[in-house]
Design a protein around this ligand. Structure first.
Ligand code: IMP
Ligand code: MG
Length: 368
């Protein structure tokens, strides 16, 4: 998934498919014009890449020229088609083939048909790499079509979203707002915090760190915070219901989130079920559980180093560190099985540079 301006886009048409579409158009035009020298009138800016690759694929003599019209701003056609670069005299008496990147409503084509109706040309044809039949409401038939696509906004291979995305080699489609809710697992030192920051920024998610939520509620003396504290002061465990209600507040306070990262919760199967129940009441669900895996010995080394740098005492004692790992293994193993049974568990290798681990996580989340 990629981000352009404020929107997210996901892969839609591969380089190979684009190439095949261009080959198809090239072969069809070549069959019709092998004894002629057509002039490809390319509609700027979007069709520049298509024109370039089509010319390279075209087996017979041909020429190129350019026009520039403008009708799109943002995600939908404004309906105003302006001519920014006029057709030159070189098209007079020639077989003209318009090259468009995409035909949507057909307004641009209508304008071009109108422009060319005042020019003496030998023939006038239209070739478009992409065509949205559901959106087209023109009368003019499109002579050569590379690929029909559903009525979706796309970018890449010359096409833009407010001028960005033209350089992408493949075509991406706008991602409809869909939630991504993740649970993040990882032993101390596995890099959970760092990676949560990345996921948060890259996918526009809200990171719910249960420890932070607890501390916030207690510090600010919220009703739930005071309730939790009353149990803790007695040396009792805070009931799951109290924690779940705190998390529910976090979810409710972020209605515009693209999704949530749950971190530090659930820690038991009962909590995992309670979380599923909570999300179900909001028409939401956990989509994936990401478990950052790393061998204990490597993590011990990392933590000892961190302990030296930060002065955190719990990171300076190997025995204490290994106890935390044992506790994690005991408590988390059944949870990993719980999510594995739902086919939601993704183990991610947590050894490597931050960037390498980020890439691994990204490739998992991108396929959700
Ligand atoms: P039409 O005039 O509505 O047919 O739109 C044609 C022009 O709008 C194309 O030349 C593109 O520049 C632009 N356009 C249409 N659909 C898309 C899209 O999905 N992504 C990016 N640009 C588009
Ligand atoms: Mg265009």
């Amino acid at each position: 998934m990629i981000k352009l301006h404020d929107k997210y886009f996901q892969p839609f048409i591969s380089e190979e498919e684009i190439e095949a579409a261009i080959q198809k158009i090239s072969a069809a035009i070549a069959a019709d014009y092998k004894d002629d020298c057509p002039i490809f009138v390319t509609v700027l800016n979007g069709a520049f890449m298509f024109a370039s690759d089509l010319m390279k694929a075209y087996p017979h003599p041909c020429q190129i020229s350019f026009v520039k019209l403008s009708s799109y701003k943002g995600l939908s056609s404004t309906g105003i088609v302006k001519s920014l670069l006029e057709v030159g005299e070189e098209v007079n008496g020639r077989s003209v083939i318009i090259l468009e990147d995409i035909i949507d409503t057909g307004r641009t084509i209508k304008e071009l048909v109108h422009i060319f109706s005042n020019i003496e040309v030998k023939e006038f044809k239209i070739a478009s790499l992409f065509y949205k039949p559901e959106a087209y409401d023109g009368e003019y038939p499109i002579d050569y079509i590379g690929m029909e696509i559903p009525n979706k906004f796309i970018v890449g291979y010359g096409l833009d979203y407010d001028e960005l995305g033209r350089n992408l080699k493949e075509v991406y489609q706008l991602k409809e707002k869909e939630m991504i809710n993740l649970v993040l697992f990882g032993k101390p030192g596995a890099g959970k915090g760092t990676q949560a920051e990345f996921l948060k920024a890259h996918y526009n998610l809200v990171h719910i760190s249960t420890g932070d939520v607890f501390r916030y509620n207690i510090k600010n003396g919220t009703e739930l915070g005071n309730l939790a504290k009353s149990y803790m002061d007695q040396g009792d465990l805070v009931p799951d219901e109290v924690t779940i209600n705190m998390l529910a507040n976090e979810v409710n306070n972020n209605p515009d989130a693209n999704g949530f990262i749950f971190d530090g919760f659930p820690r038991t199967i009962a909590q995992a079920e309670a979380l599923d129940d909570l999300l179900a009441t909001k028409d939401m669900a956990i989509h994936a559980t990401l478990a950052l895996e790393a061998e204990d010995d490597i993590l011990v080394e990392r933590l000892l180093k961190r302990g030296l740098e930060s002065g955190r005492t719990d990171d300076q004692d190997e025995g204490k560190i290994r106890n935390r790992f044992n506790e994690y293994n005991e408590k988390t193993a059944p949870l990993l099985d719980f999510y594995k049974n739902q086919s939601k568990l993704h183990s991610v290798n947590g050894i490597g540079t931050i960037e390498e681990i980020t890439k691994r996580l990204q490739s998992v989340v991108d396929t959700l």
